[in-house]
Design a binder for this molecule. Structure first.
Ligand SMILES: C[S@@+](CC[C@H](N)C(=O)[O-])C[C@H]1O[C@@H](n2cnc3c(N)ncnc32)[C@H](O)[C@@H]1O
Length: 260
């Protein structure tokens, strides 16, 4: 079965406040430069791309995403110098080199980060900056259990034996990679974001907006309902019924600047 577009902007934005903080922390790492060209890879609904464009006082910002559902929302934004286009990050290239390559919470969907980061670096002008945030929460029950259930039947068979790989590297490997790619300055950190959710059950709603879309896109809709039901049950057994629920979420924020 081929993967279909299961991104749902409304579900994704249910936890907007929680998802925004890492974005702002990432933007804070970038140098303010008037008249710059910026690309936002995996821009989603474009809400944050518009903020990025304004914060960096960029001349041109282009948001790239492979989900038509997300882009449809993005295209309703009417901001001077801000455009959106469909594209797959693994293949897309800018027409001209850019000053900033930015990506918030998207590159975890792509494999082979060594090759990917080399590609992204090649999009930059001398002195250009790369700023990326990726989740690194794969050892939390919320992520571990989804992967575990996906390896069980009937789900594994329905997905043609596909299993999800977690391409995110340890922070020190990104630091080494940035050095090898020629970044003269860099900052790489692992940060734990503290989210207080209404209940442990709310974790299901959180991951339905992101992580689970990967499984949803690969199985029939009715089977996906069973997947979520099994996930909810397993998560409840693992976390208990907590109200509120403290959801610690690890993320890696990395930034580098090429020599001028
Ligand atoms: C978790 S959302 C993040 C959206 C936005 N950057 C934000 O911070 O709100 C991830 C986005 O990456 C996009 N995405 C995932 N894989 C992609 C790929 N290979 N090429 C382009 N976009 C991709 C998804 O469609 C989704 O909109």
């Amino acid at each position: 079965m081929t993967a279909r577009d299961t991104w749902n902007p409304t579900q994704y934005e249910r936890f907007r406040a929680e998802r925004e903080q890492p974005f702002y922390d990432l933007v804070a790492l970038i140098t303010r430069r008037p008249a710059g060209r910026v690309v936002d890879l995996g821009c989603g609904t474009g809400t944050l791309t518009a903020v990025l464009h304004r914060e960096l006082t960029a001349t041109e910002t282009i948001g790239i995403d492979s989900s038509e559902a997300m882009l449809e929302r993005a295209r309703s934004l009417d901001v001077d110098g801000l455009t959106f286009a469909p594209g797959d990050i693994s293949e897309w290239r800018p027409a001209e080199l850019v000053d900033v390559v930015f990506s918030n919470a998207a590159l975890q969907w792509l494999g082979d980060h060594l090759a990917l980061f080399a590609r992204l670096t090649a999009m930059l002008v001398p002195g250009g900056e790369l700023a990326v945030q990726v989740p690194a929460n794969f050892d939390h029950a919320s992520h571990r259990l989804a992967a575990e259930i996906a390896r069980e039947e009937p789900f594994l068979g329905a997905m043609g034996g596909w299993t999800r790989t977690f391409p995110v590297l340890p922070p020190e490997e990104y630091a080494t990679l940035l050095h090898q790619l020629g970044f003269a300055e860099q900052s790489v950190r692992l940060q734990v974001y503290a989210h207080v959710l209404e209940s442990s059950d709310a974790v299901v709603e959180w991951v339905r907006g992101t992580l689970l879309t990967d499984y949803e896109s690969r199985m029939p809709a009715a089977m996906y309902q069973d997947f979520v039901a099994r996930y909810r049950e397993r998560l409840r057994a693992a976390l208990g019924e907590q109200r509120p629920y403290f959801y610690p979420f690890k993320r890696i924020l990395l930034w580098g600047r090429l020599p001028a």
